[in-house]
Design a protein around this ligand. Structure first.
Ligand code: ADP
Ligand code: ASP
Ligand code: MG
Length: 437
């Protein structure tokens, strides 16, 4: 029986900062080659260099107020192609075989929804062929092709993470390495909270809530994809060999701290509808039409009319970029007397699998923000998350205050505490407070 001497396949993804300048790009190439030298088949997914994607978005806006989505994707997909071609050159100079592929050449098939496409299939024959010929394969992240429209699509900001996880799943890899400009996933964005703690392990569920509430270190869809296809994510620094963070199933996480992380987002907008008809079916029509227009709605609040005959008030939040579309959709429906918007809002959230059945967490969040004189405008909860919509300008203060209040920094280490007996306390003043969710 023939023995295969090859080690398992690794998929390595390098983010924009990690390939920004010539030196960083060559360093990424050396790291890729080292994995190949260690005997692995290697597929590397690269992002656009530095701020390239932002610059391409800006270039489009300088030309057109409302850029055509198909052409936008043609434009945006170029950034990652540049990185891959350059990296293939660097790898060849290091004496290895390499081939760069666009998302479409790599077999990333998506639906046709431009700038937010979803991967629906990965036809990786060409990658397998190149690997069998001993080449290192570089795949342009964040893009695919719609077989329906035959057009190039992109996967939404941060989408190279999802390309990498989808390739790991399709090629039978059970681990996807995401190399980035921080040492892993932290208890808060280390740019806002320098004393944030690097988390050794995070569960898919917690990471999903973190990504959904603004921790852009991993794109939300990449975490969804990883959970659905049982791909473990290893998020680590591209500039050193540190141990990083593993994102894995809950059974594999020993730690169950009450609160794992504080997350934030500053690019949200709120749409408020006044005088909404108070009758069955109205909310279904409003949110159905928003979904049809591919607008992702986050926090929703509706109040019953105060007196009979009045309309209801309904507020919801969307990504800032979707605000104009949301308003067009609502006005088109004619379901409300008035529509108001506010794009100066932000959101701060706490996430933790341990809060599932623990009373008092919500009360502590609200008290902490109150002590900081931060007004809470909207609240939403899930079993493992509490989010507050607040003024965008107060987001950094809120993140710092919550991180300190829940003692999440270095020193609050629970690694030797798999029983969770030494979790940070919710606080003596929280006895009997209502449940987190
Ligand atoms: P890349 O270009 O490698 O994809 P991103 O900019 O998309 O990197 O994501 C990394 C950034 O995510 C970090 O620089 C950090 O500021 C930010 N970030 C936000 N929240 C967190 C968190 N909880 N842990 C780590 N990084 C975070
Ligand atoms: N270059 C794209 C972005 O900046 C995709 C990515 O980096 O993952 O969003
Ligand atoms: Mg990213």
């Amino acid at each position: 029986m023939a023995t295969d001497t090859r080690k398992e396949l690794v998929v390595m993804k390098f983010g924009g900062t990690s390939v920004a300048g010539a030196e960083q790009l060559k360093r990424a190439a050396r790291r890729i080659v080292a994995a190949r030298d260690a005997g692995h088949d290697v597929v590397a997914v690269l992002s656009a260099r530095g701020k390239t994607t932002d610059e391409l978005v800006e270039a489009a806006r300088e030309i057109s107020e409302c850029p055509d989505p198909r052409e936008m994707d043609m434009l945006l997909s170029t950034g990652e192609r540049i990185s891959c071609a350059l990296c293939a050159m660097a790898i060849k100079d290091l004496g290895h075989k390499a081939i760069s592929l666009t998302g479409s050449q790599a077999g990333i098939v998506t639906d046709s929804s431009h700038t937010k496409a979803r991967i629906i299939d990965v036809r990786a024959d060409r990658i397998r062929e190149a690997l069998s010929e001993d080449a290192i394969v570089l795949v342009a992240g964040f893009q695919g092709v719609s077989t329906e429209s035959r057009d190039v699509t992109t996967l939404g900001r941060g989408g190279s993470d999802t390309t990498a996880v989808a390739l790991a799943a399709a090629l039978g890899g059970d681990l996807c390495e995401i190399y980035t400009d921080v040492a892993g996933v932290f208890s808060a964005d280390p740019r806002i909270v320098p004393e944030a703690r690097k988390l050794p392990v995070v569960s898919y569920d917690e990471m999903l809530e973190m990504a959904a509430s603004g921790a852009k270190v991993l794109q939300l869809r990449s975490v969804e994809y990883a959970r659905n296809h049982e791909v473990r994510i290893h998020c680590r620094s591209s500039s050193d060999d540190g141990p990083g963070t593993l994102v894995v199933s809950e059974q594999e996480t020993l730690e169950r701290p009450l609160v794992t992380a504080v997350t934030h987002s500053s690019d949200e907008a709120r749409v408020t509808l006044t005088g909404v008809r108070d009758e069955p079916g109205v909310a279904g029509r409003i949110f159905g039409a928003l979904a049809e227009a591919n607008v992702n709605v986050d926090v929703i609040i509706q109040n019953e009319p105060v007196s009979h005959g009045d309309g209801a008030d309904l507020s919801f939040t969307v990504e800032g970029d979707d605000m104009a579309t949301a308003v067009d959709v609502i006005e088109g429906l004619g379901a409300a007397k008035g529509v108001e918007t506010n794009d100066e809002i932000g959101k701060v959230s706490i996430v933790g699998a341990g809060m599932r059945s623990h009373p008092g967490v919500a009360a502590k969040v609200f008290k902490t923000l109150g002590d900081e004189k931060i007004n809470i405008e909207m609240i939403s909860t899930s079993p493992i998350k509490i989010s507050c919509v607040i003024d965008a300008g107060r987001v950094p203060d809120a993140v710092k205050a919550l991180h300190a209040a829940f003692e999440l920094g270095e020193g609050a280490i629970h690694e030797e505490d798999p029983t969770g007996e030494h979790r940070p306390r919710v606080g003596p003043d929280d006895e009997g407070a209502q449940d987190a969710a």
